[in-house]
Design a protein around this ligand. Sequence first.
Ligand code: ADP
Ligand code: MG
Length: 476
Amino acid sequence: MGDDWTELYRPKGLNEVVGNPKVIKELMQWAISWEEGRPSHRAVVLMGPPGVGKTSAALALANDLDWGVVEMNASDQRNAEAIRRVAGRGSRSETFTDEGEFLSSKDGRLKLIILDEADNIFGREDSGGMPAIADLVANTRQPVILIVNDFYELSRKSSAIKNNTLQLKVNRVQGGTMRNVLRRIALDQGLEVPQRVFETIIENSNGDMRAAVRDLQAVAEGNLDMDDDDAFVLGGRASTKSMYDLMRDILHGDDVNRARRTLFEVDERPEHVMMWLDENVPLEYKQPEDLARAFEHLSRTDIFLARVMRRQYFRFWAYANDLESMGVSSAKDRPNRGWVQYRFPSYIMKMSRSKAARAMKASISRKISAHTHTSTRRSAQEVLPFLRRMMHVERDFRLAMIDRLDLNIEETAFVMDKKVDSAEIKHLMQEVERVRQAREAGSRPIREAVKGPEERTAERKVEPKGKQSSLFEYNG
Ligand SMILES: Nc1ncnc2c1ncn2[C@@H]1O[C@H](COP(=O)(O)OP(=O)(O)O)[C@@H](O)[C@H]1O
Ligand SMILES: [Mg+2]
């Protein structure tokens, strides 16, 4: 996935640069005036916020007219000299390399000189950049486009630049326009992107097309190498749609009342919301202080939820709700800029994955508890671990326990930490079967029937008769 989509989908021609139709038209007219040899202005200034297509428009224009391009980064001081050399020189019969070196050219193609980030040069007053640019825009024999974020500084410091250029203001890209571009990219990539994702990307981008395209790629790449977790998240997405909305309103939004309202609309149990926040807070909050405050609110939420359980007093839910919505939302200094793909809580995921194992443990514990007259819980916590250990090391004990507790093959495999279909477990079950047959035949005691070579000499004390038989009294 090495491709950078903002480059891959950079407009090739002016017709692909979306938004700002008037600017595009004026730019084209200016270019034609150059083609006709009577430029209305020698230079154009494209001004506007980042990511709205300024650089793209300049490159697309050159492409449409088959002009050569000399790109100079005006914030790079090394370019000042090159700019000075280019200024005032260059006729139609001359052209120059990208370093500003003049070559003789027969084809008479124009070369568009693009000075990107031209306002940065004024950070260094003594760099000589400004007079060089003023000279360039006044005398150039080749079309020049200056690209700036803020024209005010530049025009204030150099009336020459102000008077000799055509200034075009490029505005932020509208949401609807942006949606079309994003849809087209998704289509081209063969992606099915939920409408909701488009909306969030657009909302986050604040009219910055570059940011939107970058976010779309980030979302897509999160989904493309799909492992179990992602599949789980995607599968669960339809039903938990509102949960993602809630995360956005709490973690990304800065309106605590809205966060609270969404929480009520979502209609999920507060402990469930807490797990979602626990998973997603670190994705959005990067400042340590923000994180600390957010988790402080979550820990208080947890305390109230425990009180609800212990006292069966459900009014405390109100505190939990407010802490996790308004509390967590207000924990940040300011919202995070980028787009975050929220995750399904890994805790719930782990629990659902370990469900089979937990169910197995519970069923074995029930069997133990029937024999030991203790609770299943106690059997699970205090008996099972030792039983397992002993079964691992002692063959007779192993067989006897499987027999007595009547463990099935899955339970046996679980206790022995082996695969159900492993040869070892199959063999073990066959041995147990032999023990049972032997007992039914009433011929010999179990130990004799199953005695292995390593245990020939083993002797065990037999508990005195009359005592309640213990679980571990297995050889009689
Ligand atoms: N108006 C636009 N139309 C189509 N794509 C755009 C537009 N503006 C930005 N983009 C996308 O964002 C990327 C960066 O745009 P760019 O022209 O470098 O922005 P700027 O120079 O204004 O910061 C482009 O390669 C393209 O993918
Ligand atoms: Mg740019």
